[in-house]
Design a protein around this ligand. Structure first.
Ligand code: AR6
Length: 167
């Protein structure tokens, strides 16, 4: 699988599936979740999410992308960061792994990821970027392209450093 990093808005990515940084209720929220709900069509996406009955932390669920260019949205629930001693690393890695597994199930071959948990959930961005890159690099998947979408240039820099180190 090819892994690339770009700076931009995940709702505008031309890929088969975009990943949402959701919460356990899948009821929508702020940050990237709010942006995805608005861009996909809030009413339809809300109804599709409600039918899923929630999602545990570290896991992922798919809905259609509705008005997005992406055919699918994979809603992944990242951990809230406390102190790094409550399983946060494993739960965040699990989000990336499960999002790829769900992408495989729906047949998506290109998937864009936001920096899960690094906004409202407070995960330190440096460690989150390392976990994202390492987990994607070791994943067993039919997905051909994983695109890490940084909202800001600092996050893009973190991804670029880690991807360059791995080459
Ligand atoms: N495109 C790409 N990245 C974005 C966008 C965008 N349009 N908007 C924000 N980001 P956050 P979390 C970045 O807070 O920390 C919601 O209320 C943002 O800069 O969206 O996992 C949910 O419902 C940051 O780097 O998600 C949950 O309750 C990253 O996306 C909770 O927030 C993630 O920030 C989840 O918190």
């Amino acid at each position: 699988m090819r892994i690339e990093a770009v700076q931009g808005d995940i709702t505008r990515q031309d890929v088969d599936a975009i990943v949402n940084a959701a919460n356990q209720s899948l009821g929508g929220g702020g940050g990237v979740d709010g942006a995805i709900h608005r861009a996909a069509g809030a009413a339809e996406l809300h109804e599709a999410c409600a039918a899923l009955g929630g999602c545990p932390t570290g896991d992922a669920r798919a809905t259609p992308g509705f008005r997005l260019s992406a055919r699918w949205i994979v809603h992944a629930v990242g951990p809230r960061y406390r102190d790094g001693r409550h399983g946060e690393q494993e739960l965040l890695a699990s989000c990336y792994r499960r999002a790829l597994e769900v992408a495989d199930e729906v047949g998506a071959r290109s998937v864009a990821f936001p920096a899960i948990s690094t906004g409202i959930y407070g995960y330190p961005p440096e460690e989150a970027a390392s976990i994202a890159v390492e987990t994607l690099q070791t994943a067993d998947t039919r997905v051909e392209l994983a695109r890490l979408v940084a909202f800001d240039s600092a996050t893009l820099g973190l991804y670029e450093e880690r991807l360059a180190a791995a080459r």
